[in-house]
Design a protein around this ligand. Structure first.
Ligand code: AMP
Length: 312
């Protein structure tokens, strides 16, 4: 199954307490595309300016990535600058320059319209709605968003949430959107909007899966010795999640089994952990399915405990 992704392709400047990298490949769709293309064909819809380094396109051309939907327009590529704190779960956005995204409207090429899986990566909710209009029949639709859209375009974001199957949000975003202090109550409110699943991203602490059917699953994180740059971990998570699901058979009712959804969340966690080991998408350039399999087994070992216990 191929995956259609719409989102930002950017040039990021990232400052950590130890290093700064300038105008490196970033953007939600870039992380997703690179991660998911380890599993299957990815159909990318995005826009870049005439200043976008061609070497990044060359890299994707060596992967199963279709670039027919990538618009290249005269002007400047989207740029984003951020600074991380010593606790790398916290960051400040210093600058966002929309560049060619200011006038962007996604056009989904005919060849992409049969994509069974759709990822609406971080981008203006209005544009995510335009995509849903063009691809109304995907098997599974996953949505990511950010604080900016919760604060500035809440009603459009609400429209998108009502039309997708799975929502990825950080704990903080759930509090901001639902106005509830507790995550479980916030997630319940979101599930009542018609979502099948909500995945709560917890940064270096893993991820929680909540299902409309009552499912709860806590996916452990991989204990990294050193985090170099956590940018894009959420998008890489989505790439691992949907990438894994792209290889799995659906049940007769057209849905995934809950065990497959859980495995997908674990794949997401694993790719999210790898991406933090280097700047930009760099760790994903050399990552293999074999590396993912090794970390998968480690996570089983780290999180399994014996259900049998005895009291004296
Ligand atoms: P994450 O760390 O998963 O939140 O993703 C970070 C990526 O999102 C960076 O590579 C940025 O280029 C991209 N990004 C930041 N702000 C925006 C925005 N307003 N719209 C779209 N993408 C953004």
């Amino acid at each position: 199954m191929s995956i259609l992704v719409v989102g930002s392709v950017a040039l990021d400047t990232v400052e950590t307490p130890f290093t700064t990298v300038n105008e490196t490949l970033g953007g939600a769709a870039s992380y997703f595309t690179t991660a998911a293309s380890l599993y299957t064909q990815v159909n990318l819809v995005a826009i870049v300016g005439s200043d976008f380094p061609r070497e990044h396109l060359e890299f994707w051309r060596h992967r199963p990535v279709n670039l027919d939907g990538l618009q290249i327009k005269e002007g400047r590529t989207f740029r984003w600058t951020a600074r991380y704190h010593m606790d790398m779960n916290a960051r400040d956005t210093l600058e966002t320059q929309l560049g060619v995204y200011a006038d962007f409207h996604p056009h989904i090429p005919q060849t992409y319209r049969s994509s069974e899986l759709l990822f609406l990566a971080n981008i203006q909710p209005q544009l995510q709605l335009e995509v849903l209009e063009q691809v109304p029949r995907a098997n599974l639709t996953v949505l990511d968003t950010m604080e900016l859209w919760i604060m500035t375009t809440r009603s459009e974001l609400t429209e998108v949430i009502k039309r997708v199957d799975v929502l990825l949000m950080s704990e903080e975003e759930i509090r901001q959107y639902t106005n509830r202090p507790g995550i479980v109550a916030g997630v319940r409110q979101l599930l009542e909007m018609g979502l099948h699943y909500v995945v709560v991203k917890q940064g270096s602490y893993g991820a929680l899966l909540f299902g409309a059917d009552g499912t709860f699953f806590s996916a452990p994180t991989y204990p990294l010795e050193e985090v170099i740059d956590p940018t894009g971990a959420g998008d890489a998570f989505a790439g691992g999640f949907l990438g894994y699901l792209s290889q799995v058979d659906l049940q007769a009712n057209g849905h995934y089994t809950i065990d497959e959804i859980k495995r997908g969340v674990v794949h997401g966690n694993i790719i999210g952990s790898y991406v933090c080991e280097d700047f930009s998408i760099d760790r994903l350039r050399t990552l293999t399915i074999g590396d993912i399999a090794t970390r998968y087994l480690r996570l089983v070992e780290y999180s399994h405990f014996d259900p049998n216990w005895h009291s004296r």
